[in-house]
Design a protein around this ligand. Structure first.
Ligand code: DX5
Ligand code: ZN
Length: 233
């Protein structure tokens, strides 16, 4: 298990008509990163937001922007997303035939570079690029929609990437996205994740701060969680 736990609310599940308020609420509630899902209707069967929204959000939050590109031609948009304020730009291995070039481009533009895999894509595809990246994202649902069910085989992939990163002494973050809830967060963290993306788990809950705290607490051994609860009774 890694000893840091970062929580990245996905705005896909937020109320888009009240985005600034929703973001302020998760920021107050202890979020560490803001996960922004960019979909193009080609790589995934859904369309969401582009650089202008990222630029607007940058003005209303201090949280680092974690931009997950689910688009076919990432290279053509990286400069724009970084200028708009993306701190992390994560691209799909399946959509980037020249992944090394794409990762270099993200870093040259001044952002941190992330790579990600669909549920059916083997972790071995990341072997060569791992030393170059700042973040690895394991998809635990097929990308395209929020509110889907966690695919359990992601756990083995998280553990395998954790091992590969540790072997390299890499400081890269290991992030997990899709179907992460308070009741499976402990397993995801035990497998070696550092960053939990959570859309519906947070934005469909009544108490964003409470849900963020519960997700984070899933990373602590049961005894210390109980001690913490006892302390705050
Ligand atoms: C799925 C997106 C996810 C999604 C997660 O394509 O990449 O970030 O918003 O939503 P939940 O947490 O509801 O599964
Ligand atoms: Zn995502």
């Amino acid at each position: 298990m890694s000893n840091r736990v970062l929580i990245a609310p996905s705005i896909l599940a937020a109320d888009f008509a009240r985005l600034a308020d929703e973001i302020a609420a998760v920021e107050r509630g202890g979020a560490d990163l803001l996960h922004i899902d960019v979909m193009d209707g080609h790589f995934v069967p859904n369309i969401t937001v582009g650089p202008p929204i990222v630029e607007s959000l940058k003005k209303v939050t201090k949280l680092p922007l974690d931009v997950h590109l689910m688009i076919t031609n990432a290279d053509a948009f990286i400069t724009e997303f970084v200028s708009a304020g993306a701190d992390y730009v994560t691209v799909h291995v399946e959509a980037c035939p020249h992944l090394h070039r794409t990762v270099q481009l993200i870093k040259e533009r001044g952002a941190k570079a992330g790579v990600t895999l669909n549920p059916a894509t083997p972790v071995s595809l990341l072997q060569e690029i791992l030393p170059e990246v700042d973040l690895v994202l394991i998809m635990s649902v097929n990308p395209g929609f929020g509110g889907q069910k966690f695919i359990p085989s992601a756990l083995q992939k998280i553990a395998a990437i954790r091992e590969m990163l540790d072997r390299l002494h890499s400081p890269a973050l290991l992030e997990v996205d899709g179907g992460v809830k308070v009741d499976n967060a402990a397993q995801v963290l035990a497998a070696g994740a550092d960053v939990l993306v959570a859309g519906s788990a947070i934005f469909s809950s009544r108490d964003y701060a409470g849900t963020i705290a519960a997700l984070r607490a899933a990373g602590q051994p049961a005894s210390s969680t109980m001690a913490h609860a006892a302390l705050h009774r």
